[in-house]
Structures are given as structure tokens and as C-alpha cells.
Design a protein around this ligand. Structure first.
Ligand code: ATP
Length: 359
């Protein structure tokens, strides 16, 4: 099995002011990102925000118009792809179809002119590492999609890269295999201590696998933080709404730094417009309390839809003043909250993000 000594791993990666345009399209607009040795960072963001371009620049398949890239403190901006010691896994169909699993895994070693016996030994070892022992002689078409991605991962690791780049490696797989491979990639990455950048559309994938998630917007970094921080303390409304579900409820700024929403006053986190301004208040579905029974408090509302999600039930509610809200509560508390049921809503007492609106 691989050990940390088996893998050089542990080098930092530094992106400095990366700029890249394609004609009139700005793909990267000054991207800065520091990745520490052994870290797994997920690049997350809407389609077209520059994730793939950033990854291709790190790999050396694409050059930046401006900015620099450092691997392990060394400026590699001008170093060609094949000298960067990078392993890469793509979305799908990246194996050579006429090569066996072992030949695919050993490909990079053959290019580097490693002796045949060493190649075979390394291929066997890596196939075992990714959970495919004994599949050396199988061709890609004899393997499932998930197995093919394991081979692709083994191939990327075979050259003992300093950095591992993963470009939506799970998005072509079905849900169950995706979940399983998510865990395995993460386990392997931790075991090898290899610095990894992972591009994904899937926020759940990013949150569940990464040490930190870098949310990109229009070619720039919006926020880079550990998953729980990103979820609980998003820096901007964009991050808040891109990661997880968010309610937008009408509120009014009271004294500086507080906002009134659903009959309560809450502290504002982040930017706060002046007193008296109308704002949208951003609240998570689990950040709302639903009250039934006599103690009427907060704002009256009617249940529209109740969706059973297992331990949690999500309610879609309309408030009497015309706003819509989603609230999550433990399913055992939601039994009487069927469509048409009346209740009242209050927010939990947490700091909230607000955004000024014209109403
Ligand atoms: P997606 O999630 O859809 O893959 P992305 O965040 O990975 O998007 P990029 O693929 O990096 O985004 O693209 C960023 C922008 O640059 C897009 O507007 C895209 O159309 C444009 N772009 C990327 N590569 C090229 C290219 N080779 N030629 C022209 N435009 C390009």
C-alpha cells in the first residue's frame, strides 16, 4: 500500500492575479488562491465562472495572459505541462481504449522510460490502491464507469505527482457510485497527503470532500473557506445563495447593525445599509422556527407544501404578509404541519446577511 513517503505530496500551490481572456470573454479576472501543502481545495461556482480555465492553467494546458503560478514555491508559469509533475483526472472517457487497465496506469511511466518490470509492479500496486486488484488485463470497455475512473485516478497517481487535479471526475457516474468514489478519493488523498484541486458543479460534493471550498464568480475568488464556515458564515449574498438553500425575507434595517425580520431584531453580519432601509434578509431553512398552538409569536403563515426528507421535513410556507419561506424541522415535529395548517414563524437569533432592495 502507498504510504506518505511513497508520495512526494505536500507542496503548496499559489495562484497570483491570474488573468485570461478568450477574445471578448474574460475567463479569469485576477484569480488569487493559496493552497497549503496536502490540502484538498474544491473550485465551485456557476457555469462559466472560470473553474476549468483555472485548472487548465495549473496543469499547463492553458497559459495565463497575466499573473503567476507557484508550485512548492517555484514559479512554474513558464514551465511546460509535462514538467510540472501534475496528475490529472478528467470527467470521463479519458482512458486509452486500446490499452489494458495496467497499460493505462503505466502510461506516464512508459513516457518517462521507466523499466518494464517497474511499470508492471507500479500498475499492480496502484490498481490495488484504488480498489481494483487483479484487473490489470481488463480493457476500459470491460469496466464500469466507476471502475474506469478508478483506473484514471491510478494513472494520475502512478507518476507520483506533486499535485493532483480533478476535473469533475464524478459527474458522469450514477449517484451511488459517485457517493462511494467521493469517500474513496478523499481517503486516498488524505493517506497520500497530496495537494489536490478539484473542480465541481456539485456543491454537496465540494462541501463533503474539501478542506476548503473556493467559490468563484466571474473569474474571481468570491470566498475560500472550510465547508462549515462557508455554509454558516458566507461572506456575501452570492456565496450564501450558491451554497445550500436560502430564504430571502423582507426586512427593515433598524439601528446600525440590526435588522427587523419576522417580528424579531437580529444582528447583521457583513455589509449593512443605513437605518430605515428596506432589505432582503437571508435565512437558512433550518434558521426558522415554526410555532403551532396558542403562543402566537412571530409572523403568521400557512403551510403550502410539506416534503418528507427522512429525518427532516421541509415546509414551503406563505406568510400572511405575502412572503414565501422554506423551513426545515425534525420530521417528528412536522406531523401536524400538513398543507393548509396555520403556524407562526420566527428566526433563530443568529447574525444574518442582508441585501438592500427597492420595494
Ligand atoms: P463550466 O462549469 O460550464 O465548465 P467553468 O466555470 O469551468 O464552466 P470555464 O470553462 O473556465 O468555466 O470558462 C470560462 C469562460 O471562458 C466561459 O465564458 C467560456 O465560454 C470561456 N472559454 C473557456 N475556454 C475557452 C476557449 N478555449 N475559447 C473561448 N472561450 C473559452
Amino acid at each position: 500500500a502507498a504510504t506518505p513517503e511513497d508520495q512526494p505530496g505536500g507542496v503548496g500551490l499559489r495562484l497570483r492575479g491570474l488573468q485570461r481572456s478568450f477574445g471578448a470573454t474574460t475567463a479569469l479576472d485576477g484569480l488569487d488562491l493559496d493552497i497549503t501543502p496536502g490540502e484538498l481545495v474544491a473550485l465551485l461556482g456557476p457555469s462559466g465562472c472560470g473553474k476549468t480555465t483555472a485548472l487548465r492553467i495549473i496543469a499547463g494546458f492553458e497559459s495565463a495572459d497575466r499573473g503567476e503560478l507557484l508550485i512548492g514555491g517555484e514559479d512554474v508559469t513558464a514551465v511546460p505541462a509535462n514538467r510540472r509533475d501534475i496528475g490529472m483526472v478528467f470527467q470521463s472517457y479519458s482512458l486509452f481504449p486500446t490499452m489494458t487497465a495496467a497499460e493505462n496506469v503505466a502510461y506516464g511511466l512508459r513516457v518517462r522510460k521507466a523499466p518494464k518490470a517497474e511499470r508492471a509492479a507500479r500498475a499492480g500496486e496502484l490498481l490495488e490502491l484504488v480498489g481494483l486488484p487483479g484487473r490489470e488485463k481488463h480493457y476500459p470497455h470491460q469496466l464500469s464507469g466507476g471502475q474506469q475512473q478508478r483506473v484514471a485516478l491510478a494513472r494520475a497517481l502512478a507518476i507520483r505527482p506533486r499535485i493532483l487535479l480533478l476535473d469533475e471526475p464524478l459527474s458522469a457516474l450514477d449517484a451511488k457510485v459517485r457517493l462511494q468514489l467521493r469517500e474513496e478519493i478523499r481517503r486516498l488523498q488524505l493517506e497520500l497527503g497530496i495537494t489536490t484541486v478539484f473542480v465541481t458543479h456539485d456543491q454537496e460534493e465540494a462541501l463533503s470532500m474539501a478542506d476548503r471550498v473556493a467559490v468563484m464568480r466571474d473569474g474571481r475568488l468570491e470566498q475560500c473557506a472550510p465547508p462549515n464556515e462557508l455554509y454558516e458564515r458566507p461572506a456575501t449574498p452570492f456565496v450564501a445563495e450558491f451554497v445550500g438553500t436560502m430564504n430571502r425575507l423582507p426586512g427593515v434595517v433598524r439601528d446600525s447593525g440590526t435588522v427587523e425580520v419576522l417580528g424579531r431584531r437580529l444582528p447583521v453580519h457583513g455589509e449593512c445599509p443605513g437605518s430605515g432601509r428596506e432589505v432582503d434578509v437571508l435565512l437558512r431553512p433550518e434558521g426558522l422556527k415554526v410555532h403551532t398552538g396558542a403562543e402566537a409569536q412571530g409572523e403568521p403563515a400557512t403551510v403550502r407544501v410539506a416534503t418528507f426528507l427522512g429525518g427532516v421535513t421541509r415546509l414551503l410556507l406563505s406568510t400572511d404578509s405575502g412572503a414565501e419561506a422554506k423551513a426545515d424541522l425534525p420530521s417528528w415535529e412536522a406531523e401536524t404541519l400538513t398543507p393548509g395548517a396555520r403556524c407562526t414563524l420566527t428566526p433563530h437569533d443568529n447574525p444574518v446577511l442582508v441585501e438592500e432592495v427597492a420595494r
